[in-house]
Design a protein around this ligand. Sequence first.
Ligand SMILES: Cc1cc2nc3c(=O)[nH]c(=O)nc-3n(C[C@H](O)[C@H](O)[C@H](O)COP(=O)(O)OP(=O)(O)OC[C@H]3O[C@@H](n4cnc5c(N)ncnc54)[C@H](O)[C@@H]3O)c2cc1C
Length: 386
Amino acid sequence: MAAQDAELIRANLAVVSPKASELTSHFYALLFLREPALRDLFPPAMDAQRDRLVQALVRIVGDLDNADALAGYLGRLGRDHRKYDVVSEHYALVGECLLAALARYSGEAWDQATADAWGRAYNAAAALMTGGAEADALVNPPHWNAEIVGHERPADDIAVVTVRPELPFPYRAGQYTTLETPWWPRVWRPYSIANAPGDHGLLTFHIRAVPAGWVSNALVRKAVVGDRIRLGPAMGEMVLDHHTLHPVLCVAGGTGLAPLKAIVEEIVFAGHERFVDLFYGASEHSGLYGLDELLRISQRSPWLTVRPALADMALAGISGGVADVLAEYGPRYDCDAYLSGPPEMVLDSARVLRRLGLPQAQIHHDPVLTGFGTPPADAHAVGAFV
Ligand SMILES: Cc1cc2nc3c(=O)[nH]c(=O)nc-3n(C[C@H](O)[C@H](O)[C@H](O)COP(=O)(O)OP(=O)(O)OC[C@H]3O[C@@H](n4cnc5c(N)ncnc54)[C@H](O)[C@@H]3O)c2cc1C
């Protein structure tokens, strides 16, 4: 994208960011007014959807100067949108409504040059998304139907759910997917896959029911073996680099253990015996639901050290928030770090590791959602799950 267009778009987003919520509501109102049938593609409650649109814009603007990263992101976004039954014809209307909403909330700051810059950027983004969708349609279904074949409750608010997709589901250890349950049609939520790919084709998820959460409560308290759910394509870049044999540092909080357990499993399967230090923190004991299994793996695998930490209780000599515990373990320059858990824990741990000397390029985590117009703490702290 031309530097001038990027500058105009950034300046315009700074103007509209205080009214992000009204802007996105207006955008969807215009869209459904122009094409009422499109309402059926969206969930009944639109708040999460509005946040996702905002996060997508934040991510796109963050990567305006990085053409490769932007192309990769938009291609994956287009591929993911196949599960919503989005088709190429929808993109033109979405673009018109987005520009109309931006114009309305920009007031006097909206001029022809800004409109043209947005128009060019949107057309380029739409082309990358439709290209990603078309390429994916040659090899994958728009979504995967899957049957629940295992449902365990290691704690009252946590379920370990195993599913069998009807068709092979391509993914790598450390990635996440989105799930839709029969109880909340069209409501998709991201969940990390807790096992490395295996011949059995099964996927396991660790789900914690959040208070009043729609999908998490359905999966923890309602779902039983035999129920059917749908999966979107695998996403996320928190995967192992097999070209290096750097030691691996994993930092997990609560159900953030899921993708890190998959990564440890992948190392077991690869037989590389890379040294792995796994810090596993929770606010209360039941949050360490996966500890026994980790300890069993570490007994068979001397290269794996598991360090559990409880926020306010000493456990095996360690206590404190997982980021504090990490700080106590001293400088780190040469490992690849993988962080997963509540957003504050991930961002705190990343800060601690950077302070301890670990380069940013070796710190990996899934995108952490931030607000519209809020500059992310670092380049990895933005993202969208649209
Ligand atoms: C990349 C990624 C991977 C994820 N992997 C996992 C995973 O492996 N296991 C897992 O359990 N979750 C995971 N999540 C979180 C998950 O996607 C949902 O956000 C969570 O289950 C809540 O969804 P819900 O539909 O139940 O709640 P919603 O209906 O979205 O929210 C209901 C209410 O709960 C609040 N709320 C939402 N999330 C939380 C929270 N975490 N803590 C407290 N309150 C909350 C909301 O603000 C809202 O007020 C992941 C998220 C991301 C972004």
